[in-house]
Ligand binder design. Structure first.
Ligand code: AMP
Length: 584
């Protein structure tokens, strides 16, 4: 039976989990990692890389690498590469495709269904974009759920006991705080706050600055402009940071980091936790504001919290944990891995929604209900935003209201759908608009137009309007202008499938070319050596075969390589191998 998985599609890292029997299992990727960098790269060789491979080459291929695409979800950002423009949904779909493929090979089963998590503050457009990304990747998205809600599930807190908890989520590039209320079969996000530009990357950068300055002071070499050296320092800085979460000192050894006037220079430094804490104290302090803000917005004080959950890899930093304790007066719960708890909670929901959860377990009995983060309104006379579904309404929800016309013999009405808390339409976000025409001829105020808002369990909105006089109706599923149309999504699904099919073949072509290129440089000295020892004819033949293969390799563009070119390279390589075998 196909498995349903939970996916935490993160800004810096993504993680996936599934329930195997009654156990939650974090699914490792093909490289063996329990989390996968949310990075996609298009290489000069025409290859598409996702995850660790993409992250590792980022410094030498900045133009061809996309990171933190989650920040662009629901916007009209496009990543341009090789004459093609990719939407954030398509880039995210590439990450999801890899996760799906890796999960299938790990579980030995097909994976069709998934629950994907999003930050609690994600708007309708961002949720829709995430759902579309899943579809493009060939996943049936069972539900989009809030990250803090998923964390509460992973901690088994959704157990019928009423409580208020704070979720402190410090990841690689973002910081989110949510105060959530767990009630009887209802989870409500009372407030969210955060900093979109604060995370583990900033902690790494502080270590990098320190190491580069120390290296300059000791060795008198400035490596700031050396892309490769900086990348090596960055990798070591992150490793040192992780070491300092459990040890009090970390050694940083990077051999041959630079070349000075008197030869090669190696980095050999020690970083203590005390120094690390000093370098990053202001970053840790910056998390205080959003915590206080979220508590104030939720209308509670920290003494009303029953638990604090830590989410995100950066909450492993001891100074961060100490700060959380100081801010809330509670010892944060740490028994679920912070970088895995969102995916784990999503896995519980995935199992439940796909109907595979063992009946009788607590999680199966829990019906997850979320609430709308923002009020939904329509614009009425005078540019007023008239709310139909108020903020914090439990979803799924459906609500109808009767409106009428403002002008005599008005033939049509324009329905503008808005999201936000402001009184006037212009101050809220316009989610979409549509026109209901063919209204029965009548004086102003006579026609009865029923407007219905429906929000599904993913927080995705459908609006319909019906002229009760004629029965004529119009309906739209809200997709903001920056999101993809149904047609574009269908096209992206076809592209992704085509890529998937062509991928294996193209990879094979690229391998053939790469192997030939390697062979050329490998046998070149051997052929030159043989000039003195071999038969002149054999030597000349080998030289000619080498040139022929070299010509074919140089001529073909790896991004557009055809089967014919791959075949020609293979044949030319065989000829060269044969010619080389005759040399002495
Ligand atoms: P996430 O996006 O939740 O996977 O968090 C990723 C961030 O957590 C990265 O900046 C990692 O360097 C950081 N991280 C992971 N493990 C640790 C650790 N043991 N100590 C400190 N930071 C960590």
């Amino acid at each position: 039976m196909a498995k349903a998985i939970g996916i935490d599609l993160g800004t810096t890292n993504s993680c996936m989990a599934a329930m195997v029997g009654s156990e939650i299992v974090v699914i490792p990727n093909a490289e063996g990692g329990r989390t996968t960098p949310s990075v996609v790269a298009f290489t000069k060789n025409g290859e598409r890389l996702v995850g660790d491979l993409a992250k590792r080459q980022a410094a030498v291929n900045t133009d061809g690498t996309v990171a933190s695409i989650k920040r662009q979800m629901g916007t009209d950002y496009r990543f341009k590469r090789n004459g093609k423009k990719y939407t954030p949904q398509e880039i995210s779909a590439m990450i999801l495709s890899k996760l799906k493929k890796d999960a299938e090979s790990y579980l030995g089963d097909t994976v069709n269904d998934a629950v994907i998590t999003v930050p609690a503050y994600f708007t309708d457009a961002q949720r829709q974009a995430t759902k579309d990304a899943g579809r493009i990747a060939g996943l049936n998205v069972l539900r989009i759920i809030n990250e803090p809600t998923a964390a509460a599930f992973a901690y088994g807190l959704v157990n019928g006991m009423e409580q208020k908890i704070l979720v402190y989520d410090l990841g690689g590039g973002t910081f989110d705080v949510s105060v959530i209320e767990i009630g009887d079969n209802l989870i409500e996000v009372l407030a969210t706050a955060g900093d979109n530009h604060l995370g583990g990357d900033d902690f790494d950068a502080r270590i990098v600055d320190y190491l580069v300055a120390e290296f300059k002071r000791q060795e008198r070499v400035d490596i700031r402009k050396d892309v490769t050296a900086m990348q090596r320092v960055r990798e070591e800085a992150e490793k040192a940071k992780k070491t300092l979460s459990s040890a009090t000192t970390a050694m940083i050894n990077i051999p041959y980091l630079a070349v000075g006037k008197d030869g090669p220079k190696h980095m050999d430094l020690t970083l203590t936790r005390a120094k690390f804490d000093e370098l990053t104290a202001d970053l840790v302090d910056r998390t205080a504001g959003p915590v206080q803000q979220a508590l104030a917005d939720a209308g509670i004080t920290s003494s009303q919290l029953t638990k604090v959950l830590l989410v995100g890899g950066s909450t492993r930093i001891p100074a961060v944990q100490a700060k959380v304790k100081m801010l809330t007066g509670l010892e944060p719960s740490k028994n679920v891995n912070p970088d895995e708890c969102v995916a784990s909670g999503a896995a519980i929901q995935a199992e439940k929604l796909s109907g595979q959860l063992i009946v009788g377990s607590t999680a199966s009995e829990m019906i997850l209900m979320d609430v709308t983060p923002l009020t939904l309104s329509i614009e009425t006379v005078g540019g007023v935003a008239t709310p139909l579904i108020r903020r914090n309404t439990t979803i799924p929800a459906k609500y109808s209201q009767i409106f009428t016309t403002a002008g005599n013999f008005q033939k049509s009405v324009d329905i503008k759908v808005l999201q936000g808390e402001r009184r006037f339409a212009k101050d809220n976000k316009l989610l979409g608009e549509f026109r209901l025409d063919g209204i029965k001829k009548a004086l102003a105020g006579v026609p009865q137009i029923e407007v219905t808002f429906e929000i599904d369990a993913n927080g995705i909105v459908t609006v319909s309007a019906k002229d009760l006089g004629t029965g004529k109706a119009q309906q739209i599923t809200i997709t903001s202008s920056s999101n993809m149309s149904e047609e574009e999504i269908e096209q992206a699904i076809r592209d992704a499938k085509e890529y998937e099919a062509a991928d294996g073949e193209r990879k094979e072509f690229i391998d053939i070319r790469n192997e030939a290129e390697q062979y050329l440089s490998q046998v070149s000295p051997q052929i030159e050596e043989a000039k003195k020892t071999s038969d002149k004819k054999d030597y000349k033949n080998a030289k000619a075969c080498w040139s022929e293969l070299n010509k074919r390799v140089c001529k073909c563009n790896p991004e557009k390589m055809t089967a014919m070119e791959a075949g020609e390279i293979r044949d030319a390589k065989e000829k060269l191998e044969e010619a080389v075998s005759r040399l002495r």
